[in-house]
Ligand binder design. Structure first.
Ligand SMILES: Nc1ncnc2c1ncn2[C@@H]1O[C@H](COP(=O)(O)OP(=O)(O)OP(=O)(O)O)[C@@H](O)[C@H]1O
Length: 860
């Protein structure tokens, strides 16, 4: 029967509503989904675009989606290297989605954000926490170095904190491999983290510059300020080259100072290897643990026993098979590091399974933790006694006998005696962030279980001690984010150091302070803190542009002629300086437009063909008069720090990465490399930049972002963004006939192996097993010769003399077919090594005692 008029109208309305809804979705400017991911909210902003928190539709796992331009070689570089890494202290890249214009990276979500922000909120970190976090950072770098990759932009902003508070290395946009080239020329990184040899525009060993940056990071974590940092960038550079850092003896102990000083050795050859760093007393016990675990992981990965071997993974694979999934395809994707939807699904499923497993079978350590948590909350400052009485958990889990019989976490990771012997504020309590401030402003151990219990019972007796209501002024909620970041908890009685507050009035509330109202009966031990807002000491470096690098050229070499040339050429180019808009021309045109600038400024400095250098020698640095102007960063506020000490005048600032146009011909030639393949929506050809553009052999000096510093300014993300530095990032592929490194690990060149049978498992990393030491032995032998270990190429102190004759490097390179040559030779090497290895693999596997169900991850 034909529907009535009313029904017809209803139907019409329904159809048009759903049509409009669909149309609305299509035409919506707001992205809601990318691939299998549902966008939830923005968690950050990268140089190119927003960074989203997203949820995987099938597994409901949270990831971060970072967008990049498809035309940006840096993005290709980042993906290419990042996907090779599978390590606990490096953010995991699950999947890469290529759309028409963009590349989306699905990354492990690190809710702790950047280490920079964390440090900012803490002012400076207790030594124990520094040791823990720094060991993890070094672990990440050690892993990358063992894979023959250098990061080249290590800084606080590129270290994220995951939900467990573990440090994770990220942002591999400047990374390059060093398997084919030991000595690099391209100046890249962030000025304040740059090694002197980079500042001086000397050819440099990538590993060693990373080690320097680690020294800067450690110094900054401990001091809350940077070792070499001035208002003027030129002065900063002068300091880096000429000065030694100053140490605040209230904050750093002997071991810490020793480690910083060897990391920040001006002579790159005198810097320690990462093996030595991890074994340094300051980092114990974390360093050794991480070293051992990392070596295990590297060995396992080198044998291709990385995936599908654990019990959990096998079970999961079986389930997927039963559900009709093509498990062969999944295996293929994962083993080839394709970073496509299949491998993304796999990794996220594995993570989900692991989490479920942990929930089903909590480890013993977890129960200890939960007991600890109860007692944490039993401390008066956290929960009221009434709440605790009601707490079921407390009633069930904390019989005195049981608790006292448990070994506390603290005991299990007691610092070495040398650390324990330190006096006062240098005492180390190696639990995560557990060093509290006493009323004297000094770090002190957080109370152990016994103390917590005592204070709990005390608080029952004298409930007035419970200071649940921290005296925060009513306007504290209105404090803007900057100030909130700068909130520091200070003890009631300020220490001499802490009394140097911005107001400098020794306890009187200064401008911006929240007026403290300590309870009358508070005492030193009840954990009462005064919430104080100060002018932040830490400052993010505002954008430092690559054009500035060009204009400033090498430190001490402000050649006005070059400067003018660069500016003139900038004027010629289509690049609109005033608007920072390069979108009209795109990176390719910029590249070609900028070629002369590059040649004039950087390339001649140390090009591999031996051109005369434009740069003045390093020795001129000390006598050079500095110049204001380009790259000037506003002076940080220097309140709350001791003006007499060198270090306290410096402040951490957000830092902008730079890649100079100083590429040598060899690095430039790498633009023609064609080994990138991202197997997702786009064909490899789409990603093959050579197919899209013919790059000139030059680097750009296009500014990446505008200059101008503000307190807590986020790194500049001008419209230029990454694209500004886009043309500056090049990589070199070059075959070295001899490999001086003890470790033989190299990055997998996927294109070289793509045609092989699925079941032929070539190791992703090849690590010379003989070079690896017995992990047990490691615990007893300190320090150890590093040269035989992975990641210790040319390592201190047995660094083989570096052949700096540039012409040799050129000889091995074919500009047109470099990647082919590289791949072929490399392939041969690999085949021969694989053959030898195959016979040893089984033995080594059993020697290592790698359990089948062991996974790669580990917890500290
Ligand atoms: N895995 C992650 N988990 C949580 N937040 C993240 C993650 N990755 C990035 N972010 C957030 O996004 C911001 C920008 O990311 P990121 O620095 O990697 O972008 P970028 O384009 O590389 O920027 P830049 O080139 O300036 O370093 C970070 O500051 C951080 O807050």
């Amino acid at each position: 029967m034909f529907p009535s008029k009313l029904e017809q109208n209803k139907l019409k309305a329904n159809i048009s509503a759903s049509y409009n809804k669909l149309y609305g979705e299509f035409s919506s400017r707001e992205l809601q989904e990318v691939g299998n991911y549902k966008l939830l909210n923005v968690v950050g902003e990268g140089s190119f675009g927003k960074v989203y928190l997203a949820s995987h539709r099938l597994t409901h796992q949270k990831v971060v989606l970072k967008m990049g331009s498809k035309n940006d070689p840096n993005v290709v570089r980042e993906v290419f290297y990042h996907r090779q890494f599978d390590y606990i202290y490096i953010t995991k890249l699950y999947e890469v989605i290529v759309t028409e214009n963009h590349v989306w990276m699905a990354l492990e979500y690190c809710p702790g954000k950047e280490l920079y922000d964390y440090l900012l909120s803490k002012k400076h970190l207790p030594l124990a926490e520094c040791a823990r976090l720094f060991s993890q950072i070094v672990g990440g770098v050690y892993y990358a170095h063992s894979m023959k990759c250098v990061h080249r932009d290590l800084k606080l902003e590129n270290i994220l904190l995951d939900k467990k508070g573990q440090a994770k290395l990220t942002d591999f946009g400047f990374t390059r491999e060093c398997a084919t080239k030991g000595i690099l020329e391209t100046v890249c990184g962030t000025t304040v983290y740059m090694a002197p040899e980079l500042i001086e525009r000397k050819p440099y060993e990538g590993y060693k510059t990373d080690i320097w940056s680690l020294g800067i990071i450690l110094y900054t974590l401990i001091h809350g300020s940077m070792p070499f940092e001035e208002e003027d960038e030129t002065r900063t550079k002068l300091k880096i080259v000429n000065d030694n850092p100053g140490y605040n003896r209230d904050l750093v102990d002997n071991a810490g100072e020793d480690l910083i000083s060897i990391l920040l050795n001006k002579d790159p050859n005198q810097r320690p290897s990462l093996t030595q760093v991890l074994q340094h007393p300051f980092l114990q016990p974390y360093g050794i643990q991480i070293f051992d675990k990392t070596d295990k992981i590297l060995k396992r990965q080198s044998h291709g026993t990385k995936h599908f071997h654990s019990k959990l993974e096998r079970k999961l694979l079986k389930k997927l098979k039963q559900s009709g999934f093509d498990t062969q395809a999944i295996k293929h994707s994962v083993n080839r590091k394709r970073c496509d939807s299949l491998s993304g699904l796999w990794f996220l499923l594995v993570e989900k399974e692991k989490r479920c497993e942990n929930l089903r079978h909590p480890r013993r350590s977890r129960s200890v933790l939960s007991v600890k948590k109860v007692f944490d909350s039993a401390t008066p400052s956290r929960r009221s006694t009434e709440e605790l009485k009601k707490s079921d958990t407390f009633g069930k889990a904390t019989s005195l006998k049981r608790i006292m019989s448990r070994k506390s976490d603290t005991a299990s990771i007691r610092p070495p005696s040398h650390v324990a012997q330190q006096k006062g504020p240098k005492k180390v309590e190696p639990l995560d962030g557990v060093v509290s401030q006493t009323s004297s402003g000094k770090s002190s151990k957080r109370p152990n279980l016994f103390h917590k219990m005592t204070s709990f019972f005390k608080s029952k007796k004298h409930p007035s001690i419970a200071v649940d209501e921290r005296p925060i002024s009513p306007n504290s909620g209105l404090a803007d984010k900057r100030k909130r970041n700068a909130i520091s908890f200070e003890s009631r009685k300020n220490s001499p150091q802490r009394s140097r507050t911005p107001s400098g009035n020794n306890g009187n509330a200064g401008k911006g302070d929240i007026i403290p109202q300590p309870p009358a009966n508070s005492n030193e031990h009840n954990g009462f803190d005064i919430l104080r807002i100060e002018e932040p000491r830490l400052k993010k470096f505002k954008s430092n542009t690559s054009s500035e690098m060009s204009r400033q050229n090498s430190i001490g070499n402000f050649d006005s002629e070059l400067d003018h040339k660069a500016i003139a050429l900038n004027g010629q180019s289509n690049y609109d300086d005033s608007t920072n808009d390069i979108s009209k021309t795109g990176p390719v045109s910029i590249l070609s437009q900028q070629s002369e600038i590059s040649n004039d400024t950087y390339n001649s400095e140390y090009s591999t063909d031996g051109n005369a250098s434009n740069s003045k020698p390093a020795s001129s640095l000390s006598s050079h008069t500095t110049r204001n102007g380009n790259g000037v960063v506003l002076s940080p506020n220097l309140d709350s720090v001791d003006s007499s000490s060198l270090h306290s005048r410096a402040n951490v600032r957000g830092s902008m990465s730079i890649m100079s146009s100083a590429s040598s011909a060899s690095e430039k030639s790498s633009r023609t490399d064609s080994f990138y393949e991202i197997s997702t929506a786009s064909s490899p050809k789409t990603m093959d930049l050579r197919a899209m553009h013919t790059y000139s052999n030059v680097d750009s000096t296009v500014p990446r972002t505008s200059v101008g510093s503000q307190w807590l300014a986020k790194r500049g993300r001008s419209p230029v963004g990454r694209r500004g530095r886009l043309p500056k990032r090049n990589i070199s592929r070059k075959l070295l006939n001899k490999n001086t490194s003890a470790a033989q690990s190299v990055i997998q060149e996927e294109s070289s192996f793509d045609d092989e049978e699925d079941n032929v498992e070539l190791p992703v990393v090849q690590v010379e097993a003989s070079g690896l030491r017995d992990p047990v032995e490691a615990k007893h032998v300190l320090p150890r010769e590093p040269s035989s270990l992975p990641g210790t190429t040319n390592s201190f102190p047995e660094t083989p003399p570096i052949d700096r004759r540039p012409v040799l490097f050129d000889m091995a390179r074919s500009l047109s077919g470099s990647s082919g040559v590289w791949s072929n030779n490399f392939l041969e090497d690999r085949h021969s090594e694989t053959a030898v290895r195959a016979s040893d693999a089984q033995d080594e596997h059993s020697i290592l005692g790698i359990a089948d169900d062991e996974d790669n991850s580990f917890e500290d």
